[in-house]
Design a protein around this ligand. Structure first.
Ligand SMILES: Nc1nc2c(ncn2[C@@H]2O[C@H](COP(=O)(O)OP(=O)(O)O)[C@@H](O)[C@H]2O)c(=O)[nH]1
Ligand SMILES: [Mg+2]
Ligand SMILES: [Zn+2]
Length: 278
């Protein structure tokens, strides 16, 4: 059975490889998302069936997201709490997170190393510069259905444009420039970059409400990958890793095996989910 991916949606028309199709009447068309995998009846030119989704997100509205590029830059100052929340969000949703550090043209080796030291043991980290057109490493990471997330002004639109620019030069992909800086609500569109690889032309999540994570405060520590090996050293199973005396996480922090920055994100999230933070 051959399946296709919805790349664009316009009223009741769904686009697959540039061609518009209607859906069978029994399918609720408002429930079909860009990214949905579908079975086409080419003869009749209709969508026959929508396959079960692995996930979907609302902003941008995409189904079956495989990978999220979480973008940071030296300017504006990185919001690592947002980064760490987005990593958890990805885990919850079955999305592979990748940390993209943009504007490396403005960074020192020391700054680059600082980020590597914290994240690269448990996360793919790529360093790029949209300004310099240095995005090949990022383009190679576009596997499956991918979208960008991150604070405003870190360069998400610039990176999307740079990747499309590169793709257009290489394979003659037709694409218009993504509009920069405009906060208009527009429908998301997936650009096919060959094979099963698609990139959303718009970014999401410049903020993330903690409630969207849908996890209990006592589960948070299990979403911080580098914490897991130290959990058995906590005296209590229900350890909050904040006030307890005999705590594997706090010991690891003291020994520099867990970064202060990541631990601070953990504490902040724990407090927010306890109703204390914000
Ligand atoms: N120096 C430098 N500036 C960049 C780079 N990428 C983007 N910018 C600038 O950062 C600003 C915000 O970029 P934009 O793509 O609109 O960010 P977005 O809000 O995340 O979509 C713009 O002025 C860009 O020209 C980069 O690699 N280096
Ligand atoms: Mg933008
Ligand atoms: Zn503990």
């Amino acid at each position: 059975m051959k399946t296709h991916v919805i790349e664009k949606k316009n009223a009741d028309l769904f686009f697959v490889e540039g061609k518009g199709y209607k859906a069978r009447k029994n399918l609720k068309t408002q429930g079909i998302f860009v990214g949905d995998k579908i079975v086409l009846n080419e003869k009749e030119g209709v969508i026959e069936k929508v396959l079960e989704r692995k996930n979907y997100i609302i902003r941008p509205p995409i189904a079956n997201l495989d990978k999220m590029f979480i973008v940071i830059a030296p300017i504006p100052k990185p919001d690592f709490y947002l980064v760490d929340k987005l990593i958890i969000f990805c885990k919850v949703k079955g999305i592979e997170p990748t940390l993209v550090v943009n504007k490396t043209d403005l960074m020192s080796e020391k700054e680059i190393l600082g980020i590597k030291n914290i994240y690269s043991s448990f996360l793919k980290v790529v360093f790029v510069s949209a300004e310099k057109g240095d995005v090949v490493k990022l383009k190679k990471e576009v596997k499956g259905i991918c979208a960008f997330a991150g604070q405003s002004a870190v360069g998400k639109s610039s990176l999307i444009n740079a990747i499309f620019e590169e793709a257009r030069e290489k394979v003659g992909l037709l694409s218009k420039k993504v509009e920069r800086g405009k906060q208009t609500t527009r429908v998301v569109c997936l650009h096919h970059l060959g094979g099963k690889n698609y990139l959303a032309d718009t970014a999401g999540f410049s903020k993330l409400d903690e409630n969207l994570l849908n996890i209990e405060k006592n589960e948070i520590c299990r979403y911080f990958d580098e914490f897991i090996e130290f959990l058995p050293k906590c005296e209590f199973n229900s350890c909050s890793h904040i006030v307890e005396k005999k705590c594997g996480i706090k010991d690891a922090l003291k020994l520099g095996k867990i970064s202060e920055q990541r631990y601070n994100s953990y504490v902040k999230l724990f407090e927010v989910l306890s109703g204390k933070g914000r």
